[in-house]
Design a protein around this ligand. Structure first.
Ligand code: ZN
Length: 377
């Protein structure tokens, strides 16, 4: 790929005279330096394969480096130190942040088509651009796939350096908060429902655990598709929030046996699509409440990776089990267009200054939020 440097957290933007990180200029999100060409490419690969810990001394990060290591970006709570998945052995200090919006503050050599001060968001996919999947446009199948803020330190910072090809130009009427809160969960939910599950108008879709970022994004996307939307949560308050953004059928799984409720309320037909990112806890129930020819689409397994599958259900009801991760460039463009035209909205729970990221994380750990927490440097 011609544009080479991607996120380069080891080289935070420095004021050359003082060695200090440049001030945030009151921006929402973060400043963005764009690179092209040059040799400081940071591969999207797991840290154990050679990514050295980010260097924070002598930069603007110095004010809060100790806390930063344990601060996940909202929407990425699985990266909480001590609570993350075992396969992610991150070098500390590490900062997350997959969703980024801000102004372009610097251009790398050879970057064309972008101006300083432009308002942008960032596609968090880190892809090689060279493998067979990248070449056919299936970015999220890239054999070197990574995510900004997960495989390399991310946007929970004053500045981040990204590849020019990852930028998304923002219209003036879209705030940085809304753009940042929107990207990852909506691109994920869009691919799941629109591309993978091929959700159609008049179908029924069940979205599990609606307090989660992808799930709440999926509610709006499913409505946009014209589907009837079923949601589950253990919180009546979250169910009401889901109703406010379009959910039709609410099930509190702490009081009700949700697969049974779905089965009965659909006249023993089941739903056409289940969106399950919960995993082990819900897998069996998800299969049970699918209609004939139904599709189970999954993007995660927060409660555990091993689920029980009754194979008879799969062949007899001709169920399809479909995996999904992030989205390709076309899907990102499509879903961002829905934000820009107001057909989809960001779900923002609260906005914090970046220095209060630890409080934001504590709130995430409690699981009481509905939608995104946004941090502003
Ligand atoms: Zn690739």
């Amino acid at each position: 790929m011609a544009e080479s440097p991607v996120v380069s957290p080891r080289q935070p933007l420095l004021d050359e005279a003082t060695g200090e990180g440049k001030p945030g200029q009151g921006l929402v999100g973060i400043g963005i330096e764009i690179g092209a060409g040059g040799g400081d490419r940071l591969e999207a690969r797991p840290p154990e394969q050679g990514l050295s810990p980010p260097h924070v001394e002598g930069t603007g990060h110095q004010q809060h480096p100790p806390a930063r290591a344990a601060q996940p970006f909202p929407g990425q709570p699985r990266l909480v130190a001590g609570g993350g998945p075992p396969h992610l052995q991150l070098p500390l200090p590490f900062w997350t942040g997959s969703d980024v919006a801000g102004e372009v503050t610097e251009l790398g050599p050879g970057v064309a088509g972008w101006r300083l001060g432009e308002r942008v968001a960032v596609n968090p996919n880190l892809t090689c651009g060279e493998c067979e999947y990248c070449l056919q446009g299936d970015d999220s199948l890239c054999v070197n796939f990574g995510i900004l803020g997960e495989h390399v330190p991310g946007g929970l910072a004053d500045y981040v350096k990204v590849r020019a090809g990852s930028l998304i130009r923002l219209p003036d009427h879209v705030s940085f908060e809304d753009a940042a809160a929107f990207i990852l969960v909506n691109m994920t939910a869009w691919r799941m429902l629109v591309t993978q599950a091929r959700l159609r108008a008049a179908e029924d879709v069940l979205i599990l655990g609606v307090g989660g970022g992808v799930a709440s994004a999926a509610v709006q996307i499913a409505k946009l598709c014209g589907a009837r939307v079923w949601v589950t949560s253990s919180s009546d308050q979250k169910l009401e929030r889901a109703k406010a953004i379009g959910a039709d059928e609410l099930i509190n799984y702490s009081r009700e046996d949700w697969p049974k409720v779905v089965w009965e309320r659909t006249g023993r037909r089941g739903v056409d699509v289940v969106l399950d990112s919960v995993g082990a806890q819900t897998w069996k129930g998800s299969l049970r409440c699918l209609a004939r020819g139904g599709r189970l689409v999954t993007c995660g397994a927060t409660s555990g990776p091993i689920g029980e599958t009754d194979i008879r259900l799969v062949f007899w009801k001709q169920i399809r089990i479909i995996g999904s991760t992030m989205a390709n460039r076309r899907e990102v463009r499509e879903v961002m267009a829905q934000l820009f035209r107001g057909a989809l909205r960001s779900v923002v729970d609260r906005v914090f200054p970046l220095r209060e990221a630890a409080q934001a994380q504590a709130l995430l750990a409690e699981g009481k939020q509905f939608g995104k927490l946004v941090l502003i440097p």
